[in-house]
Structure formats: C-alpha cells, structure tokens
Design a protein around this ligand. Structure first.
Ligand SMILES: NC(=O)c1ccc[n+]([C@@H]2O[C@H](COP(=O)([O-])OP(=O)(O)OC[C@H]3O[C@@H](n4cnc5c(N)ncnc54)[C@H](O)[C@@H]3O)[C@@H](O)[C@H]2O)c1
Length: 347
C-alpha cells in the first residue's frame, strides 16, 4: 500500500484526492492546509484519517511514502524540498516553482535523494499529444517549420469583482506578491510544455505580457492585481522551426480551450483538446497532394496520478519529471526577461 499525504486542500486538491482514491493499492493517509476548517472538511469528504495545519507537523507525525503538493505556486519549492529531504516521493502541482533556480534546486534534490518526482502538467493526460510526439519523431510530417499553440480562458471577463474579495483562491492568482506568475505561470506553463513536448526544445523567445486594469486602484484588500493576464510569445525551436504561442484569461467565449497545430514540409498535425483528448487530425506526407486529413484515434493514456503511483512501484520515474518542469520554467524565465527588455532572449 502506497501512503499519500495531500498538502493544500483547495480547489485542485479535490481532483488529486478523487484520482488517488480510485487507484488500487494507494491510500490517502494525511492532509494538510493552513485553514483548519478546510482541511477538516476535506479529510471528512475524502476519508483521510489524519489532518494537519502545519506541514512540519505532518512530516513528523504522519507515516507517508509520498506527498501531493497542491499548494499555491509560491509554496511548491519549500514544501517539496522538505518532503524530498525526508525521502518522500513528490507529485507537485505546476508551475514547478516560481523561477528556474528554485525549480532546478528541486530537480537536483529529487535526483540526488533518488525519490520519484513528477510535475502535474495535466494535459499530458491527453493520448493525442503522445501520438503527436511519436508522429513527429517518425518524421510523419517531415521537417517542422511552423507551430501555432494557444491556451485560452475567459474567467477575467466573467468576473464579479465585488464577490472576489471573498475568494482568495482566485485573488492569489492575480498578485505577484502572493507568488503568482500570472497567466504565463498558471496556464502558459501548460501550453509551453504542450507545444515543445512533440516539437522539441525552445531555443529563444520574444514575449509580450500585458496586465489589464481590473478594479479601481487595481487592488482588492491585501491583493495587488499586478500579475500578467495575457501573453504572446514567438519562439524559435532548437530544430529551427518557429512558432506563435499565446495564452490569456480574457478570451471571452472560451472557458478552457487548448489547441496545437504543427506544420511540417510534408504534412501537418492538429491537436485540439476542445474536440478530443484521444483524437488528432493528421495530414500525412503521402496524402498531402489530395489534402486528405485523417482522424487518428489514440488509446487513452494513464493519468499522471496513475503514472506517479506506477513510478513509485517500479522505481522508473515517468514523465513529466522535475527536470522537465525546470526546463519549462527556464523558458518562462526567459519570457519574463524578454518582456522586460523588449527583445528576443535565448533560453
Ligand atoms: N494541473 C492543473 O491543471 C491545475 C489546475 C488548477 C490548479 N493547479 C495548481 O494547483 C495549485 C493549487 O491551486 P488551487 O486552485 O487548488 O488553489 P486554492 O487556492 O484553491 O488552494 C490552495 C490551498 O492551499 C492552502 N495553502 C496555502 N499555503 C499553504 C501551506 N503553506 N501549507 C498548506 N496549505 C497551504 C490554501 O489554504 C488553500 O486551501 C496551484 O499551484 C495551481 O497552479 C493546477
């Protein structure tokens, strides 16, 4: 039996608890949140016997093999590093950290200690992206020239700002002082991973970030609303392809839309998660003359939660691991630098 502790029992933790409770051979034994009532309710809801309001006490008191770190972004590094030091396996939410040096520290510490480490880049749960990765490696669409990728959400446009003062779960996402890296760190991290997983490493970025005014004084209580909410990044990949990757929280009409188009000199691939997680559109090199797009059906892939547990059982660390999380973080750091300097930056 693999014993798991969940740290941070807010919105996303429910997905973690639900997923782990469905996997045979693992058990949720402890939960921790700084808000007492929240962690107690979470424990009752998910059948977790031991609850804590302090992570140090959880580490000292609960017998665990692994933790799932579902705290806000700014706590990912300190909490994961403490768990690693104790020899626990760690599944950490994305972004892995708030900057590359911290992310690298986490990857190095996990490797040195020999613990299983994965970052919840959850769109890797799509079978279609794994098939796209394989097809590109098989040169099914030839040499990659051009890439277009977007991850669009609409929630800022739909926001009731008066009600928001009672919803810190949304406010920390809008405030750099509270550890947020804005839309780029929140969902940009997904689309940067989603595009570069099949296409290959990103060599340079030219990034424009924008924070639109939201409320008078751009502040709600202790939360200064200064984190970016729209990001447009043009990239060059190590293989020479170029791409446009963009993300926003202002895409009115798109609740959660994620799409990737890869164009090679012989064919093309479209992965559109609004349509399907298990199908992609493929224009094969040999069919290009007739422009016959085919729908490729892919067998569902195990979830990151299942792969994390399997990695603990087998000792073989699956992807995306902390090293991958750190690599994406390096691209994001370059994006911030590029926006600041107003010019392209090498990763
Ligand atoms: N992979 C995905 O698709 C996905 C989706 C949503 C959120 N997330 C990530 O999950 C993480 C949590 O997001 P959320 O939406 O659940 O946020 P949330 O604000 O709803 O929950 C965070 C919880 O952590 C608790 N917390 C804060 N500091 C803590 C500490 N030091 N120790 C223990 N608990 C602490 C808070 O009290 C809160 O209950 C974020 O990093 C976010 O980026 C990932």
């Amino acid at each position: 039996m693999i014993r798991i502790g969940i740290v941070g029992t807010g919105g996303m933790a429910r997905a973690h608890a639900g997923a782990f409770n469905r996997i045979r051979g693992c058990r949720l034994v402890a939960a921790c949140d700084v808000v007492k009532e929240r962690v107690e309710a979470f424990g009752r809801e998910h059948g977790i016997p031991n609850v804590y309001t302090d992570f140090g006490e959880m580490l000292a008191g609960a017998e665990m093999d692994a933790i799932s770190n579902v705290t806000p972004d700014g706590f990912h590094a300190p909490i994961s590093l403490k768990a690693i030091r104790k020899g626990l396996h760690v599944l950490c939410e994305k972004p892995l950290a708030v900057n590359y040096p911290d992310a690298k520290k986490m990857a190095t510490a996990a490797k040195r200690k020999g613990v299983i480490n994965m970052v919840n880049l959850s769109y890797r749960n799509s079978a279609a992206i794994h098939r796209a990765h394989t097809l590109v490696r098989q040169e099914a669409i030839g040499r990659i020239m051009h890439v277009e990728a977007s991850y669009l959400q609409e929630w800022l446009g739909a926001m009731d700002w008066k009600a928001l003062s009672r919803a810190p779960a949304m406010l920390w996402r809008l405030s750099t002082e509270h550890g947020s890296k804005g839309v780029l760190g929140d969902i940009g991290v997904h689309i940067l991973d989603f595009a570069s997983y099949p296409v290959g490493d990103i060599r340079s970025v030219n990034c424009r970030l924008k924070t639109f005014p939201k409320v008078k004084g751009n502040r709600i209580g202790e939360y200064k609303l200064d984190a970016n909410d729209s990001a447009i990044v043009t990239v060059e990949f190590a293989n020479g392809a170029i791409g446009a990757i963009h993300t926003t929280r202002w895409a009115t009409g798109q609740s959660n839309s994620l799409r990737l188009r890869i164009y090679g000199d012989k064919g093309a691939i479209i992965v559109d998660l609004d349509r399907s997680y298990t199908e992609l559109q493929l224009l094969r090199a040999r069919a290009r003359a007739g422009r016959q797009w085919e729908t490729v059906k892919c067998r569902p892939t195990p979830s990151i939660y299942q792969r994390f547990i399997k990695s603990i059982r087998t000792g073989a660390n699956d992807q995306p691991d902390f090293a991958r999380g750190a690599a994406v973080q390096k691209v994001m750091d370059a994006c911030f630098e590029s926006d600041r300097k107003g010019r392209p930056v090498d990763v």
